[in-house]
Design a protein around this ligand. Structure first.
Ligand SMILES: *Cc1c(COP(=O)(O)O)cnc(C)c1O
Length: 398
């Protein structure tokens, strides 16, 4: 057995069919879609198709899709647009468990630009409190940004309900759906979100392409200003190969959605149950019910996550851990901290994230090999709540 990739929330492998679809656009079909001649025309037609494929996965109009360079750009564009469209409003509502693409931006806006930000907390399962949310909305709230699904725990948030509440309060609602697109059903013809971010490399397209859904008639202020690409909403010559890849990946995601929710979930559950049963002092992090079908975040108490990762890596198993060293001090992931996971458990947390490319054999191998690894690590360097935990350097690859 060579490698077992269980880090699909960090990035995914490009689907071979996606790679095939974009090959000609690296060679003979190199035109600029804005050009009047045939080189441009051919590419322009395929871009149009790609836009339709993305829209069709989301249940929106093709004109409501703006292609970007990544999920982070989509997130930044959404927040900045809302703030610039309503300059009199100086308040933002988000959550304590967002991806850094939202969280770091909000911290920046607070510090440098004087905005006020409310960070909604979670309970021990990482769930939000809708009453706390309702109370947080104010007449001067410019935007609410809540992720559809969490990259570390896989928690799925009640976006439909939260978007409806924002609408009733006349507040723009954005969702970072980077982890949700392709894994859960999204129908924007029904769910009243105003803006939605997605990223190609989280759903088997390459890195360097993303999209932002912006609902028709929503006041929008571009982030990149220049040429008239994307109907003057995002300047820059189109990343043709990336966009065509994203279109193809969205088509495939539609086809594979049912499989994601049955077969991938079955393997994830097998992995999760197997590990929790075989390893004492292990615990699931996240919402056992409303969770992505591919994600299992498990804490192995009294052992360092980084050590587990290194041992797994030697066997060719790739996953992520939930502790990080920021400025030399030991800090577990902000998501696990928001959930109040005790330090001794947060440090030994591992995120396993599957895809449709994983096999039963791989899962069986992990369930078999991990318990002795944990047992050995605990024997070698046991540390408990009152001893100091060893230093670490790695965090979740987001
Ligand atoms: C990966 C990720 C992002 C960032 O996407 P990039 O394309 O890597 O910029 C944003 N939000 C979530 C929830 C993610 O998982």
């Amino acid at each position: 057995m060579d490698t077992i990739y269980l880090d699909n929330n960090a990035t995914t492998q490009v689907d071979p069919a996606v790679f095939e679809a974009i090959k000609p656009y690296f060679t003979e079909l190199y035109g600029n879609p804005s050009s009047m001649h045939r080189f441009g025309g051919q590419v322009g037609a395929t871009l149009k198709q790609a836009r339709a494929s993305v829209a069709s996965l989301l249940g929106c109009e093709p004109e409501e899709i703006i292609f970007t360079s990544c999920g982070s750009e989509s997130d930044n564009t959404a927040i900045r647009s809302a703030l610039n469209a309503r300059p009199d409003r100086r308040h933002i509502v988000t959550t304590a468990v967002e991806h850094p693409a939202i969280l770091s931006l909000c911290k920046y806006l607070e510090k440098k630009d004087g905005y006020e930000v409310t960070y909604l907390g979670t309970d021990e399962y990482g769930r939000l409190d809708l009453e706390e949310y309702k109370t947080a909305l104010r007449p001067d709230t410019a935007i609410v940004s809540v992720m559809w699904a969490n990259n570390e725990t896989g928690n799925i948030y009640p976006i439909e309900e939260m978007a409806q509440i924002a609408k009733e309060h006349d507040v723009i609602f954005h969702t970072d759906a980077v982890q949700a697109v392709g894994k859960v059903d999204i129908d924007l013809s029904r769910v009243p979100v105003d803006m939605l971010s997605l990223s190609g490399h989280k759903l088997h397209a390459p890195k360097g392409v993303g999209a932002l859904f912006v609902r028709k008639r929503l006041p929008f202020r571009p982030f990149l200003i220049g040429g008239h690409q994307e109907r003057s909403r995002r300047a820059g010559t189109e990343n043709t190969t990336g966009i065509i890849a994203l279109g193809k990946a969205c088509e495939l995601a539609r086809e594979h959605m049912a499989e994601e929710n049955t077969e991938v979930k079955r393997l994830r559950d097998k992995l999760e149950k197997g590990l929790l049963a075989a390893i004492p002092d292990s615990k699931l992090n996240g919402d056992p019910e409303h969770r992505l079908p591919n994600t299992a975040n498990i804490s192995f108490g009294y052992v360092e996550g980084e050590a587990i990762l290194l041992m797994m890596d030697q066997l060719g198993i790739a996953a992520s851990s939930g502790s990080a060293c920021t400025s030399g001090s030991l800090e577990p992931s902000h998501v696990l901290r928001a959930m109040g996971v005790p330090f001794t458990f947060a440090h030994g947390s591992i995120r396993f994230s599957l895809s449709r490319f994983n096999t039963e054999k791989e899962i069986d191998f992990v369930v078999e090999t991990l318990p002795p690894i944990i047992a050995n690590l605990r024997k070698l360097s046991p540390f408990s709540a009152d001893k100091q935990a060893p230093a670490c350097t790695k965090s979740f690859s987001e």
